[in-house]
Ligand binder design. Sequence first.
Ligand SMILES: [Zn+2]
Length: 498
Amino acid sequence: MKKKIIIVGIDGGTFLLIDRFINDGRLPFFKFLKENSLYSDMYSVDQNTRVPISPTIWTSLASGKKAEKHKILSFFNLQQDIVSARWFEILNHYGYSVGTFGWELTWPPEEYGGFTIPCSMARDNRTFPSYLSPIMELRGKKKRKFLSNVLLFFKLKRIGVDSLTLVQLVLNTIFERFYDKKIKLFKRLILLNRLNLSLFLNLVKKYKTEISFFFIPIADSSSHYFWKYSDKENFPEVSDIERKKYKELLLKSYIEIDESLKKIYDKNKDSVLFIISDHGMKPIREGSFKTLSLKQKSFLDKTNLNKKVEIYFVGLNSVIVVKDDSSVDPDSLLQFFKNIIIKPIDEKFFEVVEKDNSGRIFLKVTQFDKGKFQEKDLTNLKVLIGTDYYDFKSLVDINDIERSSDHDERGIFIIFDKNLKRKGKIEDSTIYDFLPTLLDFLSLPIAKDFDGKSLIESSQKSFIDTYDFLVKRKKESIDKDDEFVKEELRRLGYLKDK
Ligand SMILES: [Zn+2]
């Protein structure tokens, strides 16, 4: 009989918190897993890069290869750009039925013998099979409209979301107006996870998929926004009132993950669990800080670039694409941006001004954490653009949900199998090891062009040169600057609300 595996992806999962909460007696299933599994602080990639790079990392996990090989280098790459075979293609090639729920870059959805629910960065609501598309309607909703549509409740019920979860959702839409911004965000994260999980469990049962994947995003978001309230050592400046109010949010997010894993295991006891994360999280030790983002429209007006460039946010970076017919030279533009100065302190207005090889320019306003100025100084600062002075505040927005945690290189990797002889910690694992390990576990050949290795000691390993012959998707033409992607980045807090 074929082995059955459920892979759970925990965005931003870290043993730093898991161990702390286990010690407090709060994560019983993680405790059980650590005592009965192979586990590792899986090394991801350097996290000090210019743009958020989730699609890059998830594609490395999926393909066992570094970004230079698989060619996914930014948030704006699409599935069609991938030149390496991924685990779902490979396993389906060997006859396994595969269901994925939320793996990055699985849009447009393809069939691997089960179901495919694309990740939240998808550009429309397509799913495989298509009747599941209501689950995608939850993503990218403007905050006001979040689930205001009663029809959606019935659609979700019909595709297999359980009633209890839907009742929680109804109650939340009624009561969330009484919550503050942080509690509201937290409740939405939790509810969305429950909704997804409910449908996922239903789909695994219905399609009897042999290899299934479920994505949990809450560890990443909760760490970014709530870390400081439960970490007095690194964040002594947080007031007692705030600490009391938000202290449990990070812990509760991990409890939600713990319970989700337990539920998955309880309903699929014949399955092996693989748990992975794309990176870990760590406190930003310089102290939590507000961030500054460019008022893009105002900036384009003042620089007369309005009709000549397109501009969008990726994280705090503004990305500028010079229009083909604008006759603007990107290199001169780059120099122009570099010369913009804050007066009277004579510091650079942009801490990042860079051009990538496709000619896109990345700009990041100099942040508070650089120590050049503080929030109270802003009213007295001017920005010198060319020969004109402008108020600093007319060019930047202050983002008021502070981040007190950021990505760390070490994520998690857990393999739980009752029959596995070896247990305990494995040192030196990387994201490139996930796929070779998965294949080895299923006694399938490991490709020689992988950048990772199997972490399990199997009796006989077999090899193949490459799996890339399995990549055969056609290019679909996509509108650039897609609103769906921007909407999702906005939801994740990478973009500001308009
Ligand atoms: Zn993140």
